[in-house]
Design a protein around this ligand. Structure first.
Ligand SMILES: [Zn+2]
Ligand SMILES: [Zn+2]
Length: 327
């Protein structure tokens, strides 16, 4: 197999030939057809997430087909198409796992961070954390659903039932969740970098009721807002945009520091919460719903060897939607 390997944070990924790995008990080997590029991969490569396994193969939006089954794997077959998300393993025994909150497990493994991921032609996954994808839909179009879609979905559920939903940062996750929220009958208010008319037009094209700069106030108070951009300064702005008892959800795994803000922005029972990881339940719910919503993902394809270019383009905001690597 070949892989793009991160040997040390801050360095370029290195094209590396490796022997094909063999699945152990409870594991599967997957030939990768497509792997999405997520902002979390940038945080890993840049060293903002500080505990990676090194060297590490990044990537946690994996679509591929099973080509080897380890012992004790039940319910999956050779040739079956599966998706492998960020949550790669949980202990099943800690208080959080026992309470059905495996996204907060004390001893988890994360794909592309603490276990090898999908910037490669093959990977090993824990069979219990691979989602069967069926045959509907294109490999590349499905890849961004595995994180941008799933974390976005979890964020949307936690944002509550409110009709007027703000999305701060209109990248891979927001472009999927805007379609889900619109399908649910909500009004989406899309906030981009000030002056980014192209992304604002992209958001309106996906059904947003309003799109503007993150320094603007929405035309009416929001019931809830989700912050996808890793920018702490958006927290007080989003709190200012939501009504009394409105909720602001921080969806990213890493964010720049939140500036101090007056207590009156939180007053009147406004809530500020974060979303961490996903549960397998989130994945099953979302992937079951996704085909009926008819989500159209906007993707930009890169050959695997150009992973660094895909990461640089994501950092610079050079494409709308999501980047996907093709091994
Ligand atoms: Zn656990
Ligand atoms: Zn991700």
């Amino acid at each position: 197999m070949h892989a793009m390997v991160l040997n040390r944070p801050g360095e370029s990924l290195a094209w590396t030939e490796l022997p094909d790995p063999s699945p152990g008990p409870g594991e599967i080997r997957v030939r990768i057809a497509a792997c999405g590029v997520c902002r979390t991969d940038l945080h890993v490569v840049d060293g903002e997430l500080t505990q990676p396994k090194l060297p590490i193969i990044p990537g946690h939006e994996i679509v591929g087909r099973i080509d080897a089954l380890g012992p004790e794997v039940a319910g999956l077959a050779i040739g079956e198409r599966v998706g492998i998300p960020w949550l790669g393993h949980t202990c099943g025994a800690c208080a959080y796992c026992a309470a059905g909150r495996e996204n907060l497990c004390d001893r988890p493994l994360f794909t592309g961070y603490t276990r090898d991921g999908g910037f490669a032609s093959a990977t090993i996954a824990d069979a219990r954390y691979a989602f069967p994808l069926g045959e509907a839909g294109d490999d590349v179009a499905l890849a961004p659903l595995l994180c941008a879609g799933l974390i976005g979905w979890r964020s949307l559920v936690i944002a509550g039932e409110g009709r007027r939903l703000g999305l701060y940062g209109f990248g891979a996750a927001a472009h999927i969740i805007a379609q889900v929220a619109t399908w649910q009958g909500r009004a989406v208010f899309a906030f981009t970098q000030p002056g980014d008319a192209a992304t604002q037009a992209f958001a309106r094209g996906l059904g947003a009721a309003w799109a503007g700069g993150s320094d603007e106030a929405p035309p009416e108070p929001l019931d809830a807002a989700i912050i996808f951009a890793p920018v702490g300064a958006l927290v007080p702005r989003a709190l200012k945009a939501v009504r009394k008892a409105g909720r602001v959800v921080c969806a990213g795994i890493h964010m720049s520091d939140i500036p101090s803000f007056p207590y009156r922005l939180l007053w009147e029972e406004r809530q500020l919460v974060s979303v961490a990881n996903l549960t397998r339940h989130d994945g099953i719910d979302f992937l079951r719903l996704a085909p009926s919503i008819g989500i159209a993902t906007r993707t930009t394809r890169y050959p695997l060897a150009r992973a660094d270019e895909a990461l640089a383009d994501l950092r610079a905001g050079r494409f709308d939607g999501a980047a996907v690597l093709m091994p």
